[in-house]
Design a protein around this ligand. Structure first.
Ligand code: ZN
Length: 311
């Protein structure tokens, strides 16, 4: 059994990325970003958040966006849902998957969602049950799984206990999210190993922010620990509401470069990602944090090869 693993990349730039950027991007450009990600090979994308548009103007127009999404064979879309009202809104659209969120600390849950940690887990479970009974798919992300901006360190046992409760609701997958980018590869390996031991059948996804430049190391540790789905954003757009000058999600093109070098297949085209990342930087009117789109891939493509992949 020496075959190389496949890793599924969930493109979260259209939601987590754009939500944490100060600029408000037009619906047309949000759709263009989605189109470009699909053209580069993305097959699962987080595109919307069913939150109050007054609170999060970057994500306004979720229903309009979803009505205009390109429908392609094998491409599915995730909409973030934080409460029952959000679930109702989501189920009135054609969104394929509801992404529910459970938080590890009471302070964070209170500030982010107006809930306690316990309530956030219960609501996430209800959202999954409602989605499943409506014939939709649903996942639960455990936010601040590696540290809380208010309460500091989060005990792995607490995350495992939340994951066990979340699993009982029947999500397609549980995600461990380093929402504020404080994780390191050793803790990532430790937590994933503990959750996999507790829930050996449950598919796990990992979500990293590059706030402290440990994002790709964490992604490597997650893959080594058995995770087969990772979130990333084209260009590494986004940020962290708790560290205003911070960078965003791990950049899709940097992640794909790293995985390709390890013979891990992702189904994504690095050249197409680099082209789209340059388009994105132009559209946003600023440099993005991603590095491979500036340095280029290695080995450099020869001209004929480049032509055929761009066609
Ligand atoms: Zn995030």
């Amino acid at each position: 059994m020496t075959s190389s693993p496949c890793v599924e990349i969930v493109e979260v730039g259209p939601r987590d990325g754009l939500q944490n950027e100060p600029e408000i991007v037009s619906l047309d450009n949000r759709l263009a970003l989605i189109e470009r990600s699909i053209a580069a090979g993305a097959r699962r994308l987080e595109v919307a958040s069913f939150v109050n548009p007054k609170r999060v103007p970057q994500m306004a127009g979720a229903e309009d966006l979803i009505a205009r999404l390109p429908r392609r064979a094998g491409v599915t879309y995730i909409g973030l849902v934080l409460n029952k009202r959000g679930a109702e809104r989501a189920l009135e659209t054609d969104i394929d998957e509801l992404g529910a969120v459970a938080l590890t600390s009471d302070t964070f849950a209170g500030k982010n969602q107006g809930q306690s940690s316990e309530e956030s887990v219960n609501i996430a479970c209800e959202i999954v049950e409602r989605a499943n009974s409506a014939g939709r798919s649903a996942s639960i992300t455990i936010s601040a799984a590696f540290g809380c901006p208010f309460e500091g360190e989060v005990a792995p046992d607490k995350v495992v206990a939340i994951a066990e409760r979340a699993a009982a609701a029947g999500p397609r997958e549980i995600a461990l999210a380093d929402t504020i980018g404080v994780g390191d590869p050793w803790r990532v390996k430790d937590l994933i190993t503990k959750v996999r031991k507790a829930l050996p059948q449950m598919p796990l996804r990992a979500h990293f922010h590059n706030t402290r430049n440990t994002g790709l190391a964490n992604a490597y540790a997650a893959v080594e620990a058995g995770v087969r789905t990772l979130d990333s954003s084209l260009g590494g757009i986004g940020g962290c509401p708790f560290a205003p000058a911070a960078t965003g999600n791990i950049p899709t093109e940097d992640l794909v470069y790293m995985l390709q070098r390890g013979d891990v297949s992702t189904g994504l085209s690095l050249d197409a990602l680099i082209d789209s990342s340059k388009w994105l930087a132009g559209m946003m009117g600023k440099e993005t944090p991603a590095m491979v789109s500036k340095a280029g891939r290695f080995p450099a493509p020869n001209k004929n090869e480049h032509k055929s992949t761009a066609a």
